[in-house]
Ligand binder design. Structure first.
Ligand code: ZN
Length: 283
């Protein structure tokens, strides 16, 4: 049975910080994995001091495109589709007012582009974003909104009849990295074993994430955590290899919490909280 996963992300690096272990695992199992990235990430800051050099800052779009290509290759993506919109930056910034910004595009135009892609790629499972209250970047909010719209529109014969045969995606999930259970579990293990934890400052912000009332599936990524971290490190301008992302040893993660969490946003084939595979229920 051939299976296809389509991951829709806002910026280069999001595909490596959200659900990358799961994509790496599925790619290794022969699932066809396709990445759609909305923007070039050109409004991002250079967050790795070693890369904060004029020649890199002045050409950030091209640099981030190359980083994305490498990160996608590391995870085993079969295809990378760049929508080519401009990074919307944060509210009230010049980037946010730019007419090329993703957040300033007509929703129907973007939807037609996404529907065209879905009808060609025919994904069984799509990764999009949840409401993103934890990090309300305009591009992330727009990915949240558009992923719900394309889930409904791609399979609807009355929508965009000229861009391919209708294709119904079966399930839509949002990768959740800062779930309370995950961060608390790793935080407590780090305190117990090393006396300190990089998640100290996150603990007060965790409350509403993945609490009761959310449908969360846990996917085992044991053996794929290091691969996902290599993908994240490929984003050299965005990720400081000495930063908080890497302070928890891979072995500890794989021992204590070898899962990635996904919120189930939509399913046409049912869902159960004990599923261990995002493709569960799909013929
Ligand atoms: Zn992002």
């Amino acid at each position: 049975m051939s299976r296809t996963l389509l991951a829709f992300h806002a910026h280069p690096d999001d595909e490596s910080s959200k659900g990358a272990g799961t994509v790496s695992r599925y790619a290794s199992e022969g699932v066809r994995c396709v990445l759609v990235t909305a923007t070039g990430g050109e409004a991002g800051d250079v967050l790795n001091p070693a890369m904060d050099r004029p020649e890199i800052v002045s050409n950030l779009k091209a640099t981030r495109e190359a980083e994305l290509a490498l990160a996608a290759e590391i995870q085993g993506y079969d295809e990378v589709i760049l929508l080519g919109y401009r990074d919307s930056g944060m509210p009230d910034s010049d980037d946010n007012a730019d007419p090329r910004a993703f957040c300033n595009q007509d929703r129907d135009d973007v939807l037609e582009t996404l529907v065209t892609i879905v009808r060609r790629v025919k994904p069984d499972v799509m990764l999009g974003y949840d409401a993103h209250e934890f990090y309300p970047h305009p591009d992330h909010l727009r990915v949240h909104e558009m992923s719900a719209l394309v889930f409904d529109a791609a399979g609807d014969p009355s929508r965009f009849p000229n861009v391919g045969e209708p294709w119904q995606i079966k399930k839509l999930y949002a990768p959740m990295i800062f779930t309370k259970t995950r961060i608390t579990t790793i935080h407590e293990a780090m305190i117990e074993r090393t006396g300190s934890s990089p998640y100290e400052r996150w603990m007060s912000m965790m409350d509403e994430r993945a609490g009761p009332g959310r449908d969360v599936s846990r996917i085992n990524v044991k053996g794929f955590v290091e691969q996902s971290r290599d993908a994240l490190r490929a984003h050299r301008t965005q990720i400081d290899p000495a930063g908080h992302w890497f302070q928890v040893p891979t072995e500890l993660i794989e021992e204590i919490y070898p899962w990635e969490d996904f919120e189930m946003l939509e399913s046409r084939v049912g869902w159960s909280s004990d599923e261990e595979d995002l493709f569960d229920g799909i013929e």
